[in-house]
Every structure is written in structure tokens, then in C-alpha cells.
Ligand binder design. Structure first.
Ligand code: NAD
Ligand code: DAU
Length: 345
């Protein structure tokens, strides 16, 4: 029988891809999407689902206790994506990060706790977290990767707030027996990513004839995963993950920012004069690399859609084709943010 999911943050980048992924691959399931439509939430990301009886959108805040209790009551499982997600914004102002990522998660957990029976369990709670909670790896130790046993060591207000939420999820599993699972994924790329993040920012700047602001020496390394691979991994954890466990998710696809930038320039037929070196991000983590052997071994998941350069080319083409989508996004609040972030660098 079909399941009914409460997805939080379903109007954002990964959440919207996940809602579409679930309804495509589990046609008898239904989804309620709770999203407050913050600056990065966009109803257009799921416009194709309007009128689909399996899909319901509720505009609301994950910190709204009454609303959250009502929605958790009606669902079989919660998949929690909603968050303040951008490191640079957390450096400008960390408060919304604590409010949404920590307090919002606590509100959801409290609502879920009410359904835990005597022997534990209740509604499955999948908490979507990030590899950034593990901190930073050195460039000269390619043998090192983050495993689920790597101690938390957060460096940005964003990652600190995500780690806070992870710890709360662990505590609700341990103390109340909540059926909770945590995923920690590396950097995602794909359609509908808000153009403050490096790939859509660089691609859309180049389409607009603007330079791309590369932080510091460009040697920082990220492990890139296509968003559909992430969605498939989250669905796998929802269905098969062991309660109380953490699962790392990664692409085994490490690239320096310089390598990424040159790949984008090449795909778009632009030269390296379009790179604008700018002052580094404060506290900039040097390298992320995920060891995803646990999810492969235990649940049989491995990425199949992230291979470069093809997956990157397809993503660049999506932004080239969907100019209307990002041109509307790159207006209003975005312009103010861009000026504050890059104006004086
Ligand atoms: P995003 O910023 O694109 O989307 C966040 C969504 O959450 C938006 O739709 C926003 O409106 C909603 N939201 C924010 N605050 C809310 C609140 N208080 N109540 C209800 N809705 C709220 O972010 P994303 O990149 O899609 O990331 C989604 C999740 O995945 C986050 O938890 C993030 O930490 C995690 N994650 C992201 C990446 C990545 O590369 N983008 C990698 C690993 C993990
Ligand atoms: O690792 C998972 C994380 O990946 C997620 O938890 C975060 O939500 C997501 O935002 C992302 O964090 P990053 O900080 O790695 O992503 P971002 O796209 O902001 O930056 C990627 C790299 O590119 C990073 O080393 C900084 C660099 N960069 C970024 C921007 C926006 C630049 O050089 N110039 C830029 O203008």
C-alpha cells in the first residue's frame, strides 16, 4: 500500500527534486510538502505537479508547533530537508540558521515523538544532513575521507547549526526510541539549484556575460554528486536504513574549485579571463571527501548519475535552457544579497 510522506523544504533545490523523484518511482505514494517559501523556496520548482492528486503543498514554517503536529499526525514518515543552507549567508548572519536548523528540527522531532509507542518506533524520521558537519580534510592526505565514525568538527555557523540538529535527532532516537535515521551528503549539483551556490552562480553569470568570483586560491576540493543520486539514496535510507544509524552519501567525485571552474568555462566556450579571483570565504573548509561504503555495503546504493563530464554538461545545459527560471530568481532579494556578498571583494 502507498505511503504518505511529509517532506519539509520541498520547494528548495534538493527537496523539489526529491518530491518529483518519489512520485515518479513510487507512483502509489503521496506527499505533503511543508515549506515556508524562504528566499530559496520556489513554487515553480514543482509547477509540473500542480493538479496531481498525490501531491499537496502547505505553506508554513517548521517552527510552527501546531501546524507541524497536525501534519506529522497525518503522515507515515517525515523526510526533513528544510534548512537555511548557504554557508556565506551563515557568515553574514547566523541567527536564522539556529532558528530554522536547530529549533525547526526540534519542533519536528517533538511532534514525531508523540507517535512513539512503548517499545520505540513510531513514524520514520529521515533527517537530511551534510558532510560539512565533519569539518575539513587536508589537501595532502588524499587517503583520508569522512566516515560515519569521523568526529563532528564544525567550522561555519551553517555546519554548526546542522550538527546541532543531527545531535538532537540522535538524542530523540536514544532517549525516546524515535525511529530516526540521519544522512550526510556531499555537494549536490543539478536542476533547480538556487544560483547562490557555486555551479548555478558561475553558469548563470557566464550566460549574463559576467565574470565568475572564485574564492581564494581555488584549490578547495568538493565531492560532487548529482541531485538525483542523492534523492535515490535518501529514498533507499527511508525504506531500508537501520534505525538510529547515520549514512554518508557521496559521489566519489572530488574536484578542486579551479578544476570545476575550468570545466564549466570549457563547456560554455569561455576563456579563463572570465575568472575573477576574490577574497577567500572566512573559515573556508579546504576539502570534503565522503566514504560512502556503508550505504553501498548495507543498503546496496551507489551513484549512477554523477559521472563527469557528462553529468556536469547536462546540468549546464539545463540552466542554458531554463533562463526564465533563474532570471526570475536572480532579482529582488538576490540582487541585494549579491551586492553585499561580492560588492567589495
Ligand atoms: P535550499 O536552500 O535550496 O532549500 C531549502 C528549503 O527549505 C527552501 O524551499 C526553503 O523555503 C525551505 N525552508 C527554509 N526554512 C524553512 C522553515 N523555517 N520552514 C519551512 N521551510 C523552510 O537547500 P538545499 O540545497 O535543497 O538543501 C536541502 C537540505 O539538504 C538542507 O537540509 C541541507 O543542509 C542539505 N544538504 C544540502 C546539500 C547541497 O549540496 N545543497 C548537500 C548535503 C546536504
Ligand atoms: O558539502 C555539502 C554542502 O555543500 C551543503 O551542506 C551546503 O548546503 C551546500 O551549500 C554546499 O556547501 P559549499 O559551501 O561547499 O557550497 P558552495 O556552492 O557555496 O561552494 C562550493 C565551493 O565553491 C566552496 O569551496 C566555495 C567556492 N565558491 C563558492 C561561491 C558561492 C567560490 O569559489 N565562489 C563563490 O562565489
Amino acid at each position: 500500500m502507498g505511503r504518505h510522506l511529509l517532506v519539509t523544504g520541498g520547494c528548495g533545490f534538493i527537496g523539489s527534486n526529491f518530491v518529483r523523484f518519489v512520485l515518479t518511482h513510487r507512483p502509489d505514494w503521496s506527499v505533503t510538502n511543508l515549506d515556508c517559501l524562504s528566499y530559496s523556496g520556489n513554487l515553480e520548482n514543482l509547477a509540473d505537479l500542480e493538479g496531481d492528486a498525490r501531491y499537496e503543498f502547505v505553506r508554513g514554517d517548521i517552527r510552527d508547533r501546531e501546524l507541524v503536529e497536525k501534519l506529522v499526525e497525518r503522515c507515515d514518515a517525515v523526510v526533513h530537508f528544510a534548512a537555511e543552507s548557504h554557508v556565506d549567508r551563515s557568515i553574514m548572519d547566523s541567527r536564522p540558521f539556529v532558528e530554522t536548523n536547530v529549533l525547526g528540527t526540534q519542533t519536528l522531532l517533538e511532534a514525531a515523538r508523540k507517535h512513539v509507542g512503548e517499545g520505540g518506533g513510531g513514524k520514520r524520521f529521515v533527517h537530511v544532513s551534510t558532510d560539512e558537519v565533519y569539518g575539513s580534510l587536508p589537501l595532502d592526505r588524499p587517503d583520508l575521507k569522512f566516515t560515519e565514525a569521523t568526529p563532528l568538527h564544525t567550522n561555519s555557523p551553517y555546519s554548526a547549526s546542522k550538527a546541532g540538529s543531527d545531535l538532537l535527532v540522535g538524542a530523540y532516537h536514544h532517549t525516546f526510541g524515535l525511529d530516526a535515521v540521519i544522512t550526510r551528503c556531499s555537494n549536490n549539483f543539478g536542476p533547480y539549484q538556487f544560483p547562490e551556490k557555486v555551479i548555478p552562480l558561475f553558469v548563470t553569470n557566464l550566460i549574463e556575460g559576467k565574470k565568475v568570483p572564485l574564492y581564494g586560491d581555488g584549490k578547495n576540493v568538493r565531492d560532487w554528486l548529482h541531485v538525483d543520486d542523492h534523492c535515490e539514496a535518501v529514498l533507499t535510507v527511508l525504506e531500508k536504513g537501520r534505525s538510529g544509524e547515520v549514512y554518508n552519501i557521496g559521489g566519489n567525485n572530488e574536484r578542486s574549485n579551479l578544476e570545476l571552474t575550468h570545466a564549466i568555462l570549457q563547456i560554455m566556450g569561455k576563456g579563463s579571463q572570465m575568472i575573477q579571483p576574490v577574497a577567500d570565504r572566512l573559515g573556508h573548509d579546504r576539502r570534503y571527501a565522503i566514504d560512502a561504503s556503508k550505504i553501498r555495503r548495507e543498503l546496496g546504493w551507489a551513484p549512477t548519475r554523477s559521472a563527469w563530464p557528462r553529468a556536469l554538461e547536462q546540468t549546464v545545459q539545463w540552466y542554458v535552457k531554463n533562463t526564465r527560471w533563474w532570471q526570475r530568481v536572480k532579482s529582488g532579494e538576490y540582487r541585494r544579497y549579491y551586492e553585499q556578498q561580492y560588492g567589495k571583494r
